[in-house]
Design a protein around this ligand. Structure first.
Ligand code: GDP
Length: 604
């Protein structure tokens, strides 16, 4: 049976997952009794919510005598290393583009990686059913993007298929009336255009883990492509480590992929994408070879962390109320387990503090997904403001920079340009169309921390901002933003009252509603001024509440501002923390006691 290995790439929400579901159905890979969940590929809840795929989960399809492995790719720059390594396993990509939105920052990011890897592209214009679809212009945009990214002339001749993944229809023509009710056209293009995977089964084994996975029964698993030769369970093999040393081990298990399932197989050969268990510390980029024929494959790129924050034991007075898992030992165990399958994550102890760990990752998204996962597993944590990781390159101190794309109605352009200028951003490009302006900027990552909230307010919610890691560059000026406003901090423990909150309305914006349990040192709102203000939110005019129906007790309050995890991380300053529990998030001052904090501030 011939083999095809293909990656699927797209901007978030352009329909990758829906497309894969329909391809599985089209190939009959679902058995009649198998339940088709919606959006089968993103099995992790958080990924599903945020539309980002992070873990290695090849899906395979049998079609017209071919075995097609489809690898999902994370469409976010926090995961650039993974995308590159996935490109190294495949011979082609399906580039999915929304027929209305056209090319977007992530389309550009993933296509760049595909072009650099020299794999064969197929363009899938999705959502052709949308009334607003403009497939011809979108194809022009895709063409421009290929040219801009330096694609070969041959690649500009990419095959195109127009589909509605939602409705399960496809056609080779952009004309909506020509859509036919199945997805086989996409599968046909794969079989006809994507080169067959390596068939070199005769030489010595070469298998290179490109992604890691972890399973409680077998431990760490390396997922990768068998580039050459054959491998079977029980066999002794050599592992050429990244430092060049060689370690022999026995293959304990091999897993292949059928449909959406990982299944144990007894052997694999060139062209197969499989997972191998047996070496407890197997890692990305090593080469597994036949003993006596050790030939290393080129190393793979692993992204170095750019951002770090501390994950600590929850020290708020509410510790243990909302979560089951609260100890430093459990937190450490969980973090270390995560590093078993995520090569871009680093965990180190905080000096002189056994209750907290420095967790370094690829960006705010990378770290916030981990926090969110832990929270849902029952953990309580307190986390600090994310800080960038500086690096010395050729004797020059450098910091991470992001490429930022902003789309805003013209009336807000002035304020956005000013704000990004204040954050050491440099404009790369500006284009204007139909009252909308698109800006391209290069901004130090440091300058973007805390910016999202400001941007949303500044553009009254009409602005769209996307940012992706660009590179390390020499340190920008010191003029990068922190929050401009102070906060309202509770001076009491107890339950907040409508009366007290009502009295504070003129002071700023509240983050809590009446009846919220608060503690001393908890942040309950944003001050209108740049200093912090200690406030009493629990006082009541009438503590017994017996006359609550009378007129002077009916307070109509403005709605509190809802703060998501990302917003909280973006919002806090260095002297503040986010308390994370299975129930939600609170922001707090590091020093809870009002007097102690005042003394500390006075010293500053
Ligand atoms: P992903 O983030 O790329 O995996 O995108 P999804 O497959 O999750 O799709 C994002 C959204 O677009 C979902 O609400 C889908 O129902 C919708 N969608 C996907 N394909 C189509 C399509 O062909 N037509 C329309 N109208 N909507 C679609």
């Amino acid at each position: 049976m011939s083999k095809r290995n293909v990656a699927i790439i797209a901007h978030v929400d352009h329909g990758k997952t829906t497309l894969v579901d329909k391809l599985l159905q089209a190939s009959g890979t679902f058995r009649a009794n198998e339940e088709i969940q919606e959006r089968v590929m993103d099995s992790n809840d958080i990924e599903r919510e945020r539309g980002i795929t992070i873990l290695a989960k090849p899906t395979s399809i049998e079609y017209k005598g071919s075995h097609i492995n489809i690898l999902d790719t994370p469409g976010h720059a926090d995961f650039g290393g993974e995308v590159e390594r996935i490109m190294n396993m495949v011979d082609g990509v399906l580039l999915v583009v929304d027929a209305y939105e056209g090319t977007m920052p992530q389309t550009r990011f993933v296509l760049k990686k595909a072009i650099e890897a020299g794999v064969k592209p197929i363009v899938v214009v999705n959502k052709i059913d949308k009334e607003s679809a403009r497939p011809k212009e979108v194809i022009d945009e895709v063409m421009d993007l290929f040219i801009e990214l330096g694609a070969d002339i041959d690649d500009l001749d990419f095959p195109i298929v127009y589909v509605s993944a939602l409705n399960g229809t496809s056609s080779y023509s952009p004309d909506l009336s020509t859509q036919e009710p199945d997805m086989t056209k996409v599968l046909d293009l794969i079989v006809e255009n994507i080169p067959e995977a390596s068939k070199d089964v005769e030489g010595g084994l070469q298998f290179q883990p490109a992604l890691l996975d972890y399973n409680d029964f077998v431990g760490r698993i390396g997922v990768g492509l068998v580039k050459r030769g054959k491998v079977k369970t029980g066999e002794m093999v050599s592992c050429i480590r990244v430092d060049g040393s060689v370690k022999q081990f026995r293959i304990a298990k091999i897993f292949g992929y059928v449909g959406l399932k990982r299944v144990e197989v007894s052997s694999a050969e060139a062209g197969d994408i499989v997972a191998i268990a047996g070496l407890p510390d197997i890692s990305v980029g090593e080469t597994i070879c036949t003993v006596g024929q050790e030939e290393a494959l080129p190393l793979l790129r692993i992204d170095e962390p750019t951002l770090q924050m501390t994950f600590g034991v929850n020290t708020s007075p509410f510790c243990g109320r909302e979560g089951k898992i609260v100890t430093a030992r459990k937190i450490q165990e969980r973090l270390l387990k995560e590093t078993e399958r995520d090569v871009s994550l680093k965990v180190t102890p905080v000096p002189d503090n056994s209750e907290a760990f420095v967790v370094s990752g690829r960006g705010e998204l990378h770290l916030s997904i981990l926090i969110e996962n832990m929270r849902r597993e029952g953990f309580e944590l307190q986390v600090s403001k994310p800080a960038i990781i500086k690096k010395e390159i050729d004797g020059v101190l450098c910091e991470p920079f992001e490429e930022v794309q902003v789309d805003v109605p013209d009336e807000y352009v002035g304020s956005v340009i000013e704000a990004l200028g204040n954050r050491e951003g440099s404009m790369q490009n500006m284009a204007n169309e139909n009252g909308q302006t698109r800006l391209h900027y290069l901004v130090p990552t440091r300058g973007l921390i805390g910016f999202m909230t400001e941007f949303m307010t500044m553009t009254k919610g009409y602005g769209i901002i996307n940012h992706t890691f660009d590179s390390y560059k020499p340190l920008a000026g010191n003029n990068v933003g922190t929050r401009k406003t102070g906060v309202l901090v509770s001076i009491e423990n107890g339950k907040s009252t409508a009366y007290a909150l009502g009295q504070l309305e003129d002071r700023g914006v509240m983050f809590i509603e009446p009846g919220t349990e608060v503690y001393e040192g908890m942040i309950v709102g944003e001050n209108n001024h740049d200093n912090d203000l200690a406030v009493n939110v629990v006082k009541g005019k009438n503590l017994t509440n017996t006359r609550s129906s009378s007129k002077d007790h009916t307070v109509v309050l403005k709605r509190p501002k809802i703060m998501s995890l990302e917003v909280c991380l973006d919002y806090i300053n260095e002297d503040e923390l986010v308390e994370v529990t299975p129930v939600g998030y609170r922001m707090r001052k590091r020093i809870l006691n009002t007097e102690l904090r005042k003394k500390q501030d006075a010293r500053k």
